[in-house]
Design a protein around this ligand. Structure first.
Ligand code: GLU
Length: 492
């Protein structure tokens, strides 16, 4: 088959209330393929099941796609707004003798199905209505019995070349005359899908391999309608995310939950892209533009990838670090605001400060939520001292004298820059005849409440002279307010 002139792919979610991770992965593949080929990425909402569809659910799907940055082309299509399109295709099939009306009631069909199961026969429609006499049909029609429309499946074999799985085939004898139009006038999934993929000029259908059985049915429909099918590329399912419940440990099911958990959309796109595809070298951390440039369906693997949330976290950390501080601030800000550490206005007016803070912390963060957890002290001095750290570093001999002297030194510095901060502390340690560590640890605890973190001198520079001196003095009060501590210092 010669390549179609325009690449047009689609994602066709059924509105289930959120964008499922599995659907998000399929969306990523379709989107990357479209962008790589400068084609179109179409969004089609499969909402023919009116009872189960709700505009709120559709909005949740759009929000998920928007968050991931998977922009769609053209206005989204809604199958529920296309109900008038499908009957004419069914008519065409009826006229050509490729389809027929079925008057069997659901109760009768159920009964026949149960009998077949009991007798260990394949469960398949028995074509009762295909063989109705004209008179019988007239009678049923006259009685206004509800009727569905079934495809008359031709004998033979349905074959196709899947872009991922190669040559596939299925015996039509194992496919029943499936319903294409329900008795209430709504199309079934397979029928609406074929009509829409055809009308929307879809060149490639890229979807999970759990749809392969549907593909055979859809190919029968293309054949019966006398239209050319698109190319099919089925994706290996990722265990844990597709169709099966994901456990809390593995991660969440709704893509927007990942936003709340502190993931960057570009990291999620990167991770999902690698769930079944690889660039052909050992690259793992890739920007979205690198993914677009490298993506090809030929490199989609046939084996089921494993969804590993730890790997996603690692990858997120890498993406965090690859961002410039100016870009990182808006990504981190909502989490700091959520933790009540700052406000929208606070972020705007202290942009330079925010940049320094995220720049200092990013080495240690895997999730955007880590910034709030690890960097509280940049926004408030209302923190407790790490208890183990306090026992170790605030209870050492002469500590209050040492910290008091450091506070004094720091308060008299003309310029509070990295060099002055570091040499101020190191010189004092030398004068006091102690190692620099003996000052560094208690100073870190006094100014951050923590025992670990980014370079202390850089933290102090960002906090600023006034704040650092204030915090050292506050720690002194704490130390002096502790009687146990006073005894120890006197003996030192
Ligand atoms: N609505 C179907 C689903 O969500 C679409 C499958 C397809 O891509 O054809 O599974």
């Amino acid at each position: 088959m010669s390549p179609p002139s325009e690449i047009r792919v689609r994602i066709a979610p059924s509105p289930s209330g959120f964008l499922h991770v599995g659907t998000a992965r399929t969306s990523v593949y379709n989107w990357l393929f479209a962008r790589h080929h400068h084609g179109k990425f179409i969004l089609r909402i499969e909402d023919t099941d009116l009872e189960r569809s709700d505009p709120k659910m559709v909005e949740a799907i759009l929000e998920g796609l928007r968050w991931l940055g998977l922009s769609w082309d053209e206005e989204p299509y809604y199958q529920s707004k296309r109900f008038e399109v499908y009957p004419s295709y069914a008519e065409k099939l009826l006229k050509r003798g490729k389809a027929y009306h079925c008057y069997c009631s659901p109760e009768l069909l159920k009964q026949k199905r149960e009998e077949a199961i009991k007798e260990k026969r394949p469960v398949k429609y028995d074509r009762h209505c295909l063989h109705l006499s004209d008179e019988e049909k007239k009678r049923l029609k006259g009685q206004a019995v509800l009727r569905a429309t079934r495809l008359k499946v031709a004998p033979g074999e349905t074959q196709f070349k899947d872009v991922v799985y190669g040559d596939l085939s299925y015996d039509n004898a194992d496919i029943e005359d499936f319903i294409i139009m329900r008795s209430d006038g709504r199309p079934t999934y397979n029928f609406a899908c074929v009509v829409d993929d055809y009308e929307m000029r879809i060149s490639h259908v890229i979807r999970g391999n759990d749809h392969i059985p549907n593909t055979y049915k859809q190919l029968l429909l293309y054949e019966a309608l006398g239209i050319t099918p698109p190319q099919f590329a089925h994706l290996p399912l990722s265990l844990g995310i597709d169709r099966s419940k994901i456990s809390k440990r593995d991660g969440a099911v709704a893509i927007t939950d990942y936003r709340q958990m502190g993931f960057l959309p570009e990291a999620v796109v990167n991770f999902l892209a690698l769930l079944g595809w690889s660039p052909g070298d050992d690259r793992e951390v890739m920007s979205t533009s690198e993914l677009i440039e490298t993506f090809s369906l030929e490199r989609v693997s046939q084996s089921n990838p494993v969804f590993d949330i730890e790997k996603l976290k690692w990858m997120n950390g890498e993406h965090i670090r690859s961002k410039g501080d100016n870009e990182l601030v808006p990504a981190v800000a909502p989490f700091l605001i959520e933790a009540s550490l700052t406000t929208k206005l606070g972020v705007e007016i202290r942009w330079e400060y925010m940049k320094k803070v995220v720049g200092l912390l990013k080495e240690r963060c895997r999730l955007l939520t880590d910034f709030a957890a690890l960097g509280r002290y940049f926004f408030t001095d209302k923190f407790d001292y790490n208890p183990d750290g306090a026992k170790k570093h605030f209870f050492s001999p002469d500590i209050d004298r040492h910290l008091a002297t450091l506070a004094e030194r720091y308060s008299s510095l003309q310029k509070f820059d990295l060099e002055a901060i570091e040499s101020g502390l190191r010189n004092l340690a030398e004068e006091l005849g102690i190692s620099a560590a003996k000052l560094i640890h208690p100073t870190r605890l006094a100014t951050t409440g923590m025992t670990k973190g980014p370079s202390l001198f850089e933290i102090l520079e960002v906090l600023g002279q006034e704040e650092v001196v204030k915090r050292l003095r506050r720690a002194l009060e704490f130390i002096r307010g502790n009687p146990g501590l006073a005894d120890r210092t006197d003996s030192g």
